[in-house]
Ligand binder design. Structure first.
Ligand SMILES: Cc1cc2nc3c(=O)[nH]c(=O)nc-3n(C[C@H](O)[C@H](O)[C@H](O)COP(=O)(O)OP(=O)(O)OC[C@H]3O[C@@H](n4cnc5c(N)ncnc54)[C@H](O)[C@@H]3O)c2cc1C
Length: 372
């Protein structure tokens, strides 16, 4: 019997397990495959709330809070584990190639600037001073110097190592098959390798969270959205900045890779790379950095983003049950949102106070509750 059982060993489950362990709780994490082997290792690792959330509101606030938490989060993880997670505040350029594309970007810039965020409006020439490899075709865009990226695979390794160091029990290769229930209390889960019991179970199973919550008769709209990405070698292509265009993004990492992305496909739980997906990714990025035409191709891969019906995460208790919560539905931004999710969920699990989780509470989907 453990205080907390996390179902799912992606960035969200491992991040929360780390935070709870740091606070002195006993924690078990159960993962069906390899640690971080699904969406969390497929991600490009960008930390880009200003790019991702164009409207002021709860998502931008959550994203900015997480970006703010990142330096400490990384520093502590590196101190505990000695693993360099390659965090980089590279800055990010959102680029318009035509005057027409520049119009909505300028609107976004004005909104964010008026709210006090660190963004700059730049001409094509100014952007090329920031990133000399940017195409001559770039007309204008937004530069956000505070955004950047991380090596999400190294971050996952660090979280696993830190959880172990702090005494968490990590069970991989074990598939959760149902919830263990006593009355209206969830007391743990049944798995293919035996029962696991806990005072509180947190469903952090990414694109599979909806299936698990369904077992409790509560329907949350979580669906998988496949993202296909590719990488090329940065050798001879010394990019400095993340570049985002209307048809793709280019993320130069510190490990010698440039990650190019990404599709958004409704393909159910299929996770393979398709030729048309790969060709869309490559065609989408090359107009922004012509030097990519001669880049050495490395790899292509895909992952399943956990998307909710309103594109906001699900954080908090499963309505109608004791002893069970959800931390999921982070869609395109689970890497960015991992520290803030760990913090707000751990605060809730310690205090029982739900208000700080508004408007992310799963109960917002109560209309879709099915009978238990
Ligand atoms: C191509 C792509 C690019 C992305 N780029 C970025 C980015 O640049 N920045 C960013 O912030 N985010 C990005 N994301 C989004 C980010 O990857 C996700 O939001 C995040 O990884 C979700 O984390 P998770 O832990 O909820 O899900 P997952 O990583 O999918 O983890 C859930 C885990 O639960 C396990 N599980 C499921 N069912 C069971 C079961 N029955 N029993 C036991 N275990 C189970 C799974 O095996 C899995 O490991 C990207 C995603 C993709 C696909």
């Amino acid at each position: 019997m453990t205080d907390f059982l996390l179902v799912g060993g992606g960035i969200i489950g491992l991040g929360l397990a780390y935070e709870l362990s740091r606070r002195g709780m006993t924690v078990t994490v159960v993962e069906q495959g390899e640690w971080g082997g699904q969406a969390s290792s497929a991600a490009a690792g960008m930390l880009a709330p200003l790019k991702e959330f164009s409207q002021p509101g709860p998502m931008l606030e959550l994203g900015m809070k997480s970006l703010e938490l990142y330096p400490d989060w990384v520093e502590q993880l590196e101190a505990i584990t000695g693993i360099d997670v390659q965090a980089c505040k590279s800055g990010l350029l959102t680029v318009a190639l035509t005057e027409e594309e520049a119009i909505p970007l300028q609107e976004k810039y004005k909104r964010q600037k008026a709210s006090g965020y660190a963004v700059q409006w730049m001409t094509g020439q100014e952007m090329r001073r920031v990133e000399p490899l940017l195409t001559e075709e770039a007309k204008a865009g937004i530069y956000s110097p505070e955004e950047g990226h991380i090596n999400n695979r190294m971050l996952l390794n660090a979280l696993v190592a830190a959880c172990r160091r702090l005494g968490a029990t990590l069970v991989s290769g074990s598939v959760v098959t149902k919830m263990a229930i006593e009355g209206s209390q969830v007391v743990g889960v049944e798995t293919t390798t035996g029962p696991l019991r806990a005072a509180h179970t947190v469903i952090a199973s990414g694109a599979w969270a909806g299936i698990m919550v369904d077992w409790l008769g509560f329907s949350v709209p979580v669906r998988p959205v496949r993202g296909q990405v590719a990488s090329v070698s940065s050798s001879g292509i010394p990019l400095r900045t993340v570049i985002f265009g209307t048809s793709g993004y280019i993320t130069p990492k510190l490990d010698g890779k440039i990650v190019l992305g990404a599709t958004e496909d409704d393909a159910g739980f299929q996770r393979h790379v398709t030729l048309s997906g790969l060709s869309r990714v490559l065609d989408g990025v090359m107009p922004y950095v012509p030097a990519l035409h001669s880049a050495a191709f490395q790899q292509a891969w895909a992952g399943l983003r956990p998307a909710t019906a309103d594109s906001m995460p699900l954080l908090g208790p499963v309505p109608g049950w004791q002893g069970v919560s959800i931390a999921g539905g982070h869609f395109r931004n689970g890497i960015l949102l991992s520290p803030v999710t760990a913090k707000v969920m751990a605060d809730y699990l310690e205090s029982g106070r739900e208000e700080p989780l508004q408007p992310f509470l799963p109960s917002r989907f109560l209309g879709s509750t099915m009978s238990k």
